[in-house]
Design a protein around this ligand. Structure first.
Ligand code: FAD
Length: 398
């Protein structure tokens, strides 16, 4: 990378959490990218970023080949994480715990399980369709009488330490010469369909050749600064960690998705659960209130129904974070805006953005450096579908 010009950067990234730092990492790792990179991030602690409030689970079982490919790329990257991000021989511990995902289905849900399984098999996903008898044998703690089967990921699915992933990207990007600035982008100057300058809350104005929107739940606010519409809003997700009086001995529970919408898994030494709130509406950016009422009224009853031992549990801690929820199709929006081609999106990841960060960062870095995708073709996730109002649906949404 060349030395930065004062007050002007080739690429300005809005937001330095996992997507901003992944892109900074990939640009700065690529000798063909001959430019400067500035990451603008108002909160260097990332206390309220989706990234650090994530459940940090990773799966290959999507319905959509591009989402499968992004997760496959991620798990390949995670396998060599130390070598990929080390600085001076040191790298954070990603702590990948391979537990699998278990999608449970009633009679009504089985056709979708089978349909998804076919797509997954053709993409090389290591997953198995289980009968109710298989479920009884493998997961004796589950109540299965109202189920018809399931799909279980056999390899490469589990969870990671989200802080470690973010830290790995950002430390290495800094080592490579990327600059991080503790400030907030408050305006973009657009001249002749091109962003030319970025205005910061601290009063500075930075010239740029391009801007990348990695502002998470505030992605629509950043897009609006360039006069662009983005159907992304903040939606609250509460996470409940609990102890069980009779721990399920010897069992690491996979991330289990119940037909009720409940999900749960082991979170050693405890368990963790969550469920989409009802109603699921846009929340204020400052609203991080844990929806305790959901625990009492919906989550605990659903847990006790599926795992009778979970009748006797106690909450140990809770937190809430925001999904950057794409209201059109709950899928990522990645790539340039037609109307302002030097403004790029990395937005709308809803509930599966952490695992997409290595692949999306790499893809965008290729698009910026070469004008085309080389490793993974992410064009199906482009902003043009948003302009046309055509959803690109993912059926396996959590
Ligand atoms: C409870 C919960 C559970 C989740 N579980 C999973 C999971 O199991 N697996 C998975 O893959 N994903 C999961 N996700 C989703 C995942 O965490 C996100 O998709 C991902 O972290 C998004 O990263 P990001 O960098 O785009 O956004 P964020 O992490 O939200 O970061 C955006 C950054 O932009 C900054 N910013 C905003 N506005 C500006 C501005 N104007 N100027 C400068 N900076 C700005 C913010 O300060 C912030 O640091 C979960 C999310 C939540 C909330």
């Amino acid at each position: 990378m060349s030395a930065p010009a004062a007050g002007h950067y080739d690429t300005v990234i809005v937001g330095g959490a996992v997507h901003g730092s992944s892109l900074a990492y990939w640009l700065s790792e690529n000798p063909d990218y001959d430019g400067t990179v500035l990451v603008v991030e108002p909160d260097p602690t990332y206390e309220r970023a989706s990234t650090t409030l994530s459940e940090a689970s990773v799966r290959h079982q999507f319905s959509n080949p591009v989402n499968i490919a992004l997760s496959q790329f991620a798990t390949g990257f995670f396998a060599d994480f130390h070598a990929n991000v080390e600085v001076g021989g040191e790298a954070p511990d990603l702590a990948f715990r391979e537990t699998g995902y278990l999608f449970l289905a009633t009679e009504e849900g089985m056709p979708t399980i089978l349909e998804n399984h076919e797509v997954q098999r053709s993409c090389g996903v290591d997953a198995a369709v289980l009968s109710v008898d298989d479920l009884r044998r493998r997961f004796p703690y589950l109540h299965v009488d109202d189920l018809a089967g399931a799909s279980l990921g056999l390899r490469h699915e589990g969870n990671i330490d989200a802080h470690a992933l973010l830290q790995g990207f950002s430390r290495r990007a800094r080592r490579n010469g990327v600059e991080y600035l503790a400030d907030r982008v408050v305006g973009l100057r657009v001249e002749g369909a091109k962003v030319t300058h970025v205005d910061l809350a601290g009063g500075a104005t930075i010239g740029c050749n391009r801007v990348v929107n990695c502002a998470g739940p505030r992605g629509a606010v950043a897009a609006a600064m360039a006069g662009l519409a983005l159907p992304v809003e903040a939606r609250i997700r509460s996470v409940f960690v609990f102890d069980c009086r009779e721990p399920l001995e010897g069992q690491l529970l996979p991330l289990t998705i119940d037909p009720s919408g409940l999900h749960f898994r082991t979170d050693p030494p405890h368990y963790l659960a969550g469920m989409t709130p009802d109603p699921d509406t846009e929340v204020d950016f400052a609203d991080f209130r844990v929806r305790r009422e959901d625990w009492e009224e919906r989550i605990w009853p659903a847990l006790a129904h599926r795992v009778p031992a979970f009748e006797r549990i106690g909450l140990t801690h809770t937190w809430a974070g925001h999904y950057a929820y794409n209201t059109l199709d709950q899928n990522a929006v990645v790539g340039p805006a037609d109307a302002v081609p030097n403004f790029y999106f990395a937005n709308g990841f809803s509930g599966h953005g952490l695992q997409q960060s290595p692949g999306v960062g790499r893809g965008l870095s290729e698009l910026i450096t070469y004008g085309e995708y080389r490793t993974l073709d992410l064009s199906e996730l482009g902003h043009d579908r948003i302009v046309r109002g055509e959803p690109f649906l993912e059926k396996n949404i959590i």
